[in-house]
Design a protein around this ligand. Sequence first.
Ligand code: RBF
Length: 357
Amino acid sequence: MEGNERKGRIGSKAALAVLMMMSVTTLGFTEGAPDATKATEASIAIFVPGVVSGSPIYELLVAGVQQAAAERPGTKVKTVEGGFNQADWESKLTSLAATGEYGLIVSSNQAMPAIAASVSQRFPTQRFLLLDGELSGNPSIFTLAYNQREQGYMAGFLAGLATTGGVAGANAAKKIGLVAGQEYPAMNGTILPAYTEGAKAVDPSIEVDFRVVGNWYDAAKGAELAAAMIREGVDVVLAISGGANQGVVQAAADAKASVIWFDVNGYAVRPGTVIGSSVLRQDKAAYEQVKRWLDGKLPFGTAVVLGVADGYVDFIQDDPEYIKAVSESARASQAGLVAGLKSGTIKLPLGGNPGSK
Ligand code: RBF
């Protein structure tokens, strides 16, 4: 009886206000409680910290949850966009938990575990499935993160191959770029260093130009940053800036430079300009973990990190646009890296990460 348990433990003013609202809408607790209990068994809310459109990682999240729900008749899914004001996320997540309607709240990004942990103190029966973030030991939360050192390294290795002649039109300067939406620990501590590490494995003299949009939507700013770095000699840009990626691609296409896509297959976004895709199987992860929850088997309190060898991080090599854009010898080198990561002969563990492989 999750709904009743929750009511028994509530103490804060906010929660009291919610209970008062519930009593108005349901004409009293006795009638409201059974409904809430029924709903928690097969109702899922997806809390998108940002907006879905334009952010590959969120599009995959929603697709995976919806697929799992579609396979279990009676499972309801509601998607709530938290918007781009990150200061609002905790209160929006609190409101969602306070409804008591969702047995599971699913979300994704590195900031969410701390926010969900805070919400779970007030709503201890609310369960959370959080992808692309890591926290263990909270009995309300299960997290699944990716080995983004591998993901960043594969992008950097291809960028290194491209800037040293692996794509037609590469200039003489050995410079590659990365345009990020914002700075955050996984970006500054893992993705950017791994991108640099991968490029330098091709040629240690390669330099990386790192620029930050400051949000996840401003395509004009993304274009401006990409155009500026291209003017200074960059010929390959990794785009990790959500909706601003469209500006990065436009600027690169205008200047006949190349883009590497992240999280999802992006070759079709701009054929000839997007020359690589270093991806996460976030849709697969969301699908599988939601099914586990529906089966009552999601191990809350634990955290996993999955990588290339597990099948959750990959580089798309069989797309015709990749084959067209990247030289045969560069593709052979890239294939060697990906195969080594898959078989385990090449290892790129996440340093200092207890759950890493
Ligand atoms: N990635 C996006 O594509 N769109 C976003 O709106 C977005 N917002 C984020 C907000 C925060 C606070 C953090 C830490 C990351 C965000 N990311 C976003 C990045 C995402 O979690 C992931 O690191 C990248 O997609 C690379 O896999």
